[in-house]
Design a protein around this ligand. Sequence first.
Ligand SMILES: *Cc1c(COP(=O)(O)O)cnc(C)c1O
Length: 369
Amino acid sequence: MERAVARIDFDAIRANCTRLKVELGDGAELCAVVKADGYGHGADGCANAALAGGATRLAVATAGEAAQVGRRFQHIPLLTMGALTAEEVDIVLSAGSELAVWREGFRRLLADRARAQGRPARVHVKFDSGMGRLGTPDPEEVLALARACDADPSLELAGVWTHLATADEPDSAFFDEQLDRFERVADAVRAEFPAVVVHAANSAAVFRDRRSHFDMARCGVAIYGLDPFQGDPAERGLAPALSLRSYVADVKRFPPGASVGYGQRWAAPVETWVGVVPLGYGDGVRRGLSNNGEVLVRGRRQPLVGTVSMDNITIDLGPDTEVEPGDEAVLIGAQGDDAILAEEVAARLDTINYEVTCAISSRVPRRPK
Ligand SMILES: *Cc1c(COP(=O)(O)O)cnc(C)c1O
Protein backbone atom coordinates (compact mmCIF):
# COMPACT_ATOMS: atom_id res chain seq x y z
CA MET A 1 0.00 0.00 0.00
CA GLU A 2 1.32 3.40 -0.98
CA ARG A 3 -0.08 6.83 -0.15
CA ALA A 4 -0.16 7.80 -3.82
CA VAL A 5 1.44 6.21 -6.85
CA ALA A 6 1.28 6.54 -10.63
CA ARG A 7 1.46 3.09 -12.19
CA ILE A 8 2.84 3.12 -15.73
CA ASP A 9 1.99 0.32 -18.14
CA PHE A 10 5.03 0.18 -20.42
CA ASP A 11 3.51 -2.64 -22.46
CA ALA A 12 0.67 -0.26 -23.32
CA ILE A 13 3.15 2.39 -24.48
CA ARG A 14 4.94 -0.15 -26.62
CA ALA A 15 1.64 -1.30 -28.14
CA ASN A 16 0.49 2.29 -28.75
CA CYS A 17 3.68 2.95 -30.70
CA THR A 18 3.18 -0.20 -32.75
CA ARG A 19 -0.36 1.03 -33.42
CA LEU A 20 0.97 4.40 -34.60
CA LYS A 21 3.55 2.66 -36.80
CA VAL A 22 0.73 0.76 -38.53
CA GLU A 23 -1.09 4.05 -39.10
CA LEU A 24 2.07 5.58 -40.52
CA GLY A 25 2.66 2.76 -43.00
CA ASP A 26 6.11 2.13 -44.43
CA GLY A 27 6.99 5.66 -45.34
CA ALA A 28 7.39 7.57 -42.10
CA GLU A 29 9.47 7.23 -38.96
CA LEU A 30 7.92 7.53 -35.51
CA CYS A 31 9.52 10.11 -33.23
CA ALA A 32 8.36 9.63 -29.63
CA VAL A 33 7.89 12.93 -27.81
CA VAL A 34 8.93 12.53 -24.17
CA LYS A 35 8.95 16.20 -23.09
CA ALA A 36 7.59 17.24 -19.69
CA ASP A 37 8.90 13.97 -18.22
CA GLY A 38 6.95 11.94 -20.74
CA TYR A 39 3.71 13.91 -20.24
CA GLY A 40 3.98 13.07 -16.54
CA HIS A 41 4.61 9.35 -17.14
CA GLY A 42 8.42 9.41 -16.63
CA ALA A 43 10.61 10.12 -19.66
CA ASP A 44 13.20 7.35 -19.47
CA GLY A 45 10.89 4.38 -19.09
CA CYS A 46 8.54 5.73 -21.73
CA ALA A 47 11.34 6.35 -24.21
CA ASN A 48 12.53 2.76 -23.73
CA ALA A 49 9.03 1.38 -24.28
CA ALA A 50 8.46 3.61 -27.32
CA LEU A 51 11.70 2.44 -28.93
CA ALA A 52 10.69 -1.17 -28.28
CA GLY A 53 7.38 -0.40 -30.01
CA GLY A 54 8.95 0.89 -33.20
CA ALA A 55 9.86 4.52 -32.53
CA THR A 56 13.26 5.31 -34.04
CA ARG A 57 13.70 8.86 -32.75
CA LEU A 58 12.99 10.88 -29.62
CA ALA A 59 12.05 14.53 -29.06
CA VAL A 60 11.98 16.85 -26.07
CA ALA A 61 11.24 20.55 -25.57
CA THR A 62 13.95 21.92 -23.28
CA ALA A 63 17.71 21.79 -22.72
CA GLY A 64 17.28 20.11 -19.34
CA GLU A 65 15.21 17.38 -20.94
CA ALA A 66 17.78 16.97 -23.72
CA ALA A 67 20.53 16.52 -21.14
CA GLN A 68 18.55 13.84 -19.31
CA VAL A 69 17.29 11.91 -22.33
CA GLY A 70 20.47 12.38 -24.39
CA ARG A 71 22.65 10.89 -21.67
CA ARG A 72 20.49 7.81 -21.44
CA PHE A 73 19.83 7.22 -25.16
CA GLN A 74 23.09 8.19 -26.80
CA HIS A 75 22.61 6.30 -30.05
CA ILE A 76 19.04 7.40 -30.76
CA PRO A 77 18.53 10.61 -32.78
CA LEU A 78 17.08 13.22 -30.41
CA LEU A 79 15.47 16.53 -31.38
CA THR A 80 15.14 19.44 -28.95
CA MET A 81 12.12 21.32 -30.30
CA GLY A 82 12.04 24.45 -28.15
CA ALA A 83 13.61 27.89 -28.21
CA LEU A 84 17.03 27.98 -26.53
CA THR A 85 19.19 30.61 -24.85
CA ALA A 86 22.90 30.73 -25.72
CA GLU A 87 23.72 28.84 -22.51
CA GLU A 88 21.14 26.20 -23.32
CA VAL A 89 22.61 25.66 -26.79
CA ASP A 90 25.80 24.34 -25.20
CA ILE A 91 23.81 21.94 -23.02
CA VAL A 92 21.80 20.65 -25.98
CA LEU A 93 24.87 20.20 -28.17
CA SER A 94 26.71 18.39 -25.37
CA ALA A 95 23.71 16.09 -25.09
CA GLY A 96 24.19 15.20 -28.76
CA SER A 97 20.74 16.50 -29.65
CA GLU A 98 19.57 17.98 -32.95
CA LEU A 99 18.13 21.50 -32.77
CA ALA A 100 15.54 23.81 -34.30
CA VAL A 101 16.59 26.93 -36.23
CA TRP A 102 14.53 29.71 -37.79
CA ARG A 103 16.72 32.83 -37.58
CA GLU A 104 20.07 33.57 -39.24
CA GLY A 105 21.49 35.05 -36.02
CA PHE A 106 20.70 31.89 -34.09
CA ARG A 107 22.08 29.75 -36.93
CA ARG A 108 25.40 31.60 -36.64
CA LEU A 109 25.44 31.24 -32.87
CA LEU A 110 24.83 27.51 -33.28
CA ALA A 111 27.62 27.19 -35.81
CA ASP A 112 30.03 28.98 -33.43
CA ARG A 113 29.12 26.77 -30.48
CA ALA A 114 29.27 23.61 -32.56
CA ARG A 115 32.71 24.57 -33.86
CA ALA A 116 33.85 25.21 -30.27
CA GLN A 117 32.61 21.77 -29.26
CA GLY A 118 34.34 20.19 -32.25
CA ARG A 119 31.27 18.39 -33.56
CA PRO A 120 28.80 19.59 -36.22
CA ALA A 121 25.28 20.41 -35.04
CA ARG A 122 22.36 18.75 -36.80
CA VAL A 123 19.71 21.32 -37.58
CA HIS A 124 15.98 21.26 -38.42
CA VAL A 125 14.82 24.48 -40.10
CA LYS A 126 11.41 25.45 -38.77
CA PHE A 127 8.68 26.98 -40.91
CA ASP A 128 5.78 28.73 -39.18
CA SER A 129 2.91 27.65 -41.42
CA GLY A 130 0.30 29.19 -39.12
CA MET A 131 0.86 28.14 -35.51
CA GLY A 132 2.28 31.60 -34.88
CA ARG A 133 4.85 30.49 -32.31
CA LEU A 134 8.32 29.23 -33.23
CA GLY A 135 9.55 29.24 -36.83
CA THR A 136 9.84 31.74 -39.63
CA PRO A 137 6.69 32.47 -41.62
CA ASP A 138 8.82 33.40 -44.65
CA PRO A 139 9.35 30.54 -47.15
CA GLU A 140 12.38 32.33 -48.63
CA GLU A 141 13.99 32.49 -45.20
CA VAL A 142 13.51 28.73 -44.78
CA LEU A 143 15.30 28.10 -48.05
CA ALA A 144 18.06 30.59 -47.24
CA LEU A 145 18.62 28.96 -43.84
CA ALA A 146 18.68 25.50 -45.38
CA ARG A 147 21.35 26.64 -47.85
CA ALA A 148 23.36 28.37 -45.12
CA CYS A 149 23.25 25.25 -42.91
CA ASP A 150 24.31 23.06 -45.81
CA ALA A 151 27.19 25.37 -46.70
CA ASP A 152 28.50 25.63 -43.13
CA PRO A 153 30.90 22.82 -42.12
CA SER A 154 29.87 23.28 -38.47
CA LEU A 155 26.27 22.44 -39.32
CA GLU A 156 24.39 19.58 -40.96
CA LEU A 157 21.00 20.21 -42.48
CA ALA A 158 18.87 17.44 -40.95
CA GLY A 159 15.27 18.50 -41.39
CA VAL A 160 12.59 20.98 -42.36
CA TRP A 161 9.47 21.06 -40.26
CA THR A 162 6.35 22.80 -39.04
CA HIS A 163 3.68 22.41 -36.36
CA LEU A 164 -0.07 22.23 -36.90
CA ALA A 165 -2.53 24.27 -34.84
CA THR A 166 -5.83 22.49 -35.50
CA ALA A 167 -5.02 18.84 -36.23
CA ASP A 168 -7.34 17.82 -33.37
CA GLU A 169 -10.30 19.82 -34.75
CA PRO A 170 -11.75 17.61 -37.48
CA ASP A 171 -13.79 20.42 -39.06
CA SER A 172 -10.97 22.93 -39.27
CA ALA A 173 -10.00 23.90 -42.83
CA PHE A 174 -6.94 25.64 -41.41
CA PHE A 175 -5.30 22.21 -41.06
CA ASP A 176 -5.30 21.82 -44.87
CA GLU A 177 -4.20 25.40 -45.35
CA GLN A 178 -1.16 24.84 -43.12
CA LEU A 179 -0.30 21.61 -44.92
CA ASP A 180 -0.59 23.34 -48.32
CA ARG A 181 1.78 26.08 -47.23
CA PHE A 182 4.23 23.63 -45.70
CA GLU A 183 4.17 21.28 -48.67
CA ARG A 184 5.29 24.08 -51.00
CA VAL A 185 8.19 25.02 -48.72
CA ALA A 186 9.20 21.40 -48.06
CA ASP A 187 9.16 20.62 -51.80
CA ALA A 188 11.46 23.54 -52.50
CA VAL A 189 13.93 22.46 -49.80
CA ARG A 190 13.76 18.82 -50.85
CA ALA A 191 14.45 19.74 -54.48
CA GLU A 192 17.86 21.04 -53.41
CA PHE A 193 18.51 18.74 -50.45
CA PRO A 194 16.85 15.37 -51.11
CA ALA A 195 18.11 13.80 -47.87
CA VAL A 196 16.31 16.29 -45.62
CA VAL A 197 13.77 14.80 -43.18
CA VAL A 198 10.39 16.52 -43.63
CA HIS A 199 8.02 16.46 -40.65
CA ALA A 200 4.78 18.10 -39.55
CA ALA A 201 2.42 15.63 -37.86
CA ASN A 202 1.60 15.35 -34.18
CA SER A 203 -0.57 12.51 -32.84
CA ALA A 204 -3.87 13.97 -34.04
CA ALA A 205 -2.52 14.59 -37.55
CA VAL A 206 -1.31 10.99 -37.85
CA PHE A 207 -4.86 9.72 -37.39
CA ARG A 208 -6.46 12.52 -39.34
CA ASP A 209 -4.63 12.69 -42.67
CA ARG A 210 -1.90 10.65 -44.37
CA ARG A 211 -0.84 13.75 -46.25
CA SER A 212 0.64 15.06 -42.97
CA HIS A 213 2.92 12.07 -42.44
CA PHE A 214 5.85 13.06 -44.73
CA ASP A 215 9.09 11.37 -43.50
CA MET A 216 8.41 11.38 -39.76
CA ALA A 217 5.67 12.01 -37.21
CA ARG A 218 6.28 13.57 -33.79
CA CYS A 219 3.86 11.77 -31.49
CA GLY A 220 3.40 12.49 -27.82
CA VAL A 221 -0.07 12.17 -26.41
CA ALA A 222 -1.05 9.02 -28.36
CA ILE A 223 1.99 7.01 -27.29
CA TYR A 224 0.74 7.36 -23.71
CA GLY A 225 -2.67 6.02 -24.78
CA LEU A 226 -4.33 9.40 -24.41
CA ASP A 227 -6.79 10.33 -27.14
CA PRO A 228 -5.62 13.33 -29.23
CA PHE A 229 -9.28 14.18 -29.90
CA GLN A 230 -10.34 13.96 -26.22
CA GLY A 231 -12.58 10.97 -26.95
CA ASP A 232 -12.20 7.33 -25.91
CA PRO A 233 -8.65 6.17 -26.72
CA ALA A 234 -9.93 2.60 -27.26
CA GLU A 235 -11.79 3.78 -30.37
CA ARG A 236 -8.43 4.44 -32.02
CA GLY A 237 -6.81 1.30 -30.69
CA LEU A 238 -4.89 3.13 -27.96
CA ALA A 239 -4.51 1.89 -24.38
CA PRO A 240 -4.04 4.37 -21.51
CA ALA A 241 -0.68 3.79 -19.82
CA LEU A 242 -1.09 5.73 -16.58
CA SER A 243 -3.19 5.11 -13.51
CA LEU A 244 -3.21 7.25 -10.39
CA ARG A 245 -3.83 5.26 -7.23
CA SER A 246 -4.16 5.96 -3.52
CA TYR A 247 -6.10 4.34 -0.68
CA VAL A 248 -8.90 5.01 1.78
CA ALA A 249 -7.11 6.11 4.94
CA ASP A 250 -10.22 6.47 7.08
CA VAL A 251 -14.00 5.98 6.94
CA LYS A 252 -16.21 8.15 9.13
CA ARG A 253 -19.91 8.38 9.89
CA PHE A 254 -21.41 11.78 9.05
CA PRO A 255 -24.75 12.80 10.62
CA PRO A 256 -27.05 14.90 8.38
CA GLY A 257 -25.70 18.43 8.05
CA ALA A 258 -22.10 17.60 9.03
CA SER A 259 -19.69 19.36 6.66
CA VAL A 260 -16.33 18.43 5.23
CA GLY A 261 -13.26 20.34 4.14
CA TYR A 262 -12.16 23.96 3.71
CA GLY A 263 -15.03 26.42 3.32
CA GLN A 264 -17.64 23.78 4.25
CA ARG A 265 -18.33 23.32 0.56
CA TRP A 266 -20.29 20.10 1.15
CA ALA A 267 -22.51 18.85 3.95
CA ALA A 268 -24.08 15.42 4.31
CA PRO A 269 -27.71 15.62 3.04
CA VAL A 270 -28.58 12.48 5.02
CA GLU A 271 -26.62 10.30 7.36
CA THR A 272 -23.74 8.86 5.34
CA TRP A 273 -20.19 7.53 5.41
CA VAL A 274 -17.28 9.64 4.20
CA GLY A 275 -13.91 8.24 3.12
CA VAL A 276 -10.68 10.21 3.42
CA VAL A 277 -8.13 9.65 0.63
CA PRO A 278 -4.71 11.12 1.44
CA LEU A 279 -3.72 12.93 -1.75
CA GLY A 280 -4.63 16.34 -3.10
CA TYR A 281 -3.54 19.23 -5.25
CA GLY A 282 0.00 18.84 -3.91
CA ASP A 283 -0.01 15.62 -5.90
CA GLY A 284 -1.65 17.18 -8.95
CA VAL A 285 -5.28 16.37 -8.16
CA ARG A 286 -6.64 19.67 -9.32
CA ARG A 287 -8.73 21.78 -6.94
CA GLY A 288 -11.28 22.24 -9.73
CA LEU A 289 -12.42 18.69 -8.90
CA SER A 290 -13.93 19.95 -5.62
CA ASN A 291 -17.51 18.62 -5.55
CA ASN A 292 -16.80 17.66 -9.16
CA GLY A 293 -15.01 14.33 -9.33
CA GLU A 294 -15.28 10.59 -8.87
CA VAL A 295 -12.98 8.00 -7.32
CA LEU A 296 -13.16 4.25 -7.86
CA VAL A 297 -13.28 2.17 -4.67
CA ARG A 298 -14.23 -1.53 -4.74
CA GLY A 299 -14.97 -1.10 -8.45
CA ARG A 300 -17.64 1.56 -7.88
CA ARG A 301 -17.61 5.29 -8.56
CA GLN A 302 -17.76 7.35 -5.37
CA PRO A 303 -18.36 11.11 -5.66
CA LEU A 304 -15.60 13.42 -4.53
CA VAL A 305 -17.24 15.77 -2.01
CA GLY A 306 -16.01 19.01 -0.49
CA THR A 307 -12.88 20.91 -1.37
CA VAL A 308 -9.75 19.26 -2.74
CA SER A 309 -7.03 20.25 -0.29
CA MET A 310 -3.27 19.96 -0.70
CA ASP A 311 -2.94 16.55 0.90
CA ASN A 312 -6.44 15.08 1.16
CA ILE A 313 -9.72 14.57 -0.65
CA THR A 314 -12.97 13.20 0.70
CA ILE A 315 -15.52 10.90 -0.95
CA ASP A 316 -19.14 10.18 -0.11
CA LEU A 317 -19.54 6.42 0.34
CA GLY A 318 -23.30 6.52 0.98
CA PRO A 319 -25.45 5.39 3.92
CA ASP A 320 -24.41 1.75 3.76
CA THR A 321 -20.97 1.00 2.50
CA GLU A 322 -18.64 -1.93 2.66
CA VAL A 323 -15.62 0.26 2.06
CA GLU A 324 -12.98 -0.09 4.74
CA PRO A 325 -9.78 1.73 5.57
CA GLY A 326 -7.02 0.27 3.41
CA ASP A 327 -9.16 -0.18 0.29
CA GLU A 328 -7.56 1.00 -2.93
CA ALA A 329 -8.80 4.32 -4.37
CA VAL A 330 -8.32 5.00 -8.10
CA LEU A 331 -8.46 8.56 -9.45
CA ILE A 332 -7.36 7.74 -13.00
CA GLY A 333 -7.35 4.24 -14.43
CA ALA A 334 -9.16 0.93 -14.10
CA GLN A 335 -10.49 -0.92 -11.09
CA GLY A 336 -12.87 -3.88 -11.30
CA ASP A 337 -15.01 -3.48 -14.42
CA ASP A 338 -14.87 0.30 -14.50
CA ALA A 339 -12.24 2.87 -15.44
CA ILE A 340 -11.85 6.61 -15.09
CA LEU A 341 -10.13 8.08 -18.16
CA ALA A 342 -7.87 11.12 -18.08
CA GLU A 343 -10.17 12.47 -20.83
CA GLU A 344 -13.09 12.30 -18.39
CA VAL A 345 -11.18 14.15 -15.66
CA ALA A 346 -10.11 16.73 -18.26
CA ALA A 347 -13.72 17.33 -19.33
CA ARG A 348 -14.70 18.01 -15.70
CA LEU A 349 -11.88 20.56 -15.48
CA ASP A 350 -12.58 22.11 -18.89
CA THR A 351 -9.07 21.21 -20.01
CA ILE A 352 -7.32 18.49 -22.06
CA ASN A 353 -5.93 15.09 -21.06
CA TYR A 354 -2.36 16.40 -21.63
CA GLU A 355 -2.73 18.81 -18.73
CA VAL A 356 -4.22 16.18 -16.42
CA THR A 357 -1.24 13.80 -16.62
CA CYS A 358 1.38 16.58 -16.75
CA ALA A 359 -0.10 17.99 -13.54
CA ILE A 360 0.71 14.87 -11.49
CA SER A 361 3.47 16.23 -9.30
CA SER A 362 6.89 14.92 -8.38
CA ARG A 363 5.48 13.95 -4.95
CA VAL A 364 3.89 10.96 -6.67
CA PRO A 365 6.35 8.16 -7.49
CA ARG A 366 6.05 6.60 -10.95
CA ARG A 367 6.30 2.83 -10.85
CA PRO A 368 5.92 0.11 -13.47
CA LYS A 369 2.49 -1.46 -13.50
C1 LIG B 1 4.50 18.44 -28.01
C2 LIG B 1 4.76 18.51 -29.45
C3 LIG B 1 4.42 17.45 -30.30
C4 LIG B 1 3.63 16.24 -29.83
O1 LIG B 1 2.25 16.53 -29.91
P1 LIG B 1 1.13 15.46 -29.49
O2 LIG B 1 -0.14 16.17 -29.75
O3 LIG B 1 1.33 15.19 -28.04
O4 LIG B 1 1.33 14.26 -30.32
C5 LIG B 1 4.80 17.53 -31.63
N1 LIG B 1 5.45 18.62 -32.10
C6 LIG B 1 5.76 19.67 -31.32
C7 LIG B 1 6.46 20.84 -31.90
C8 LIG B 1 5.41 19.66 -29.98
O5 LIG B 1 5.71 20.72 -29.21
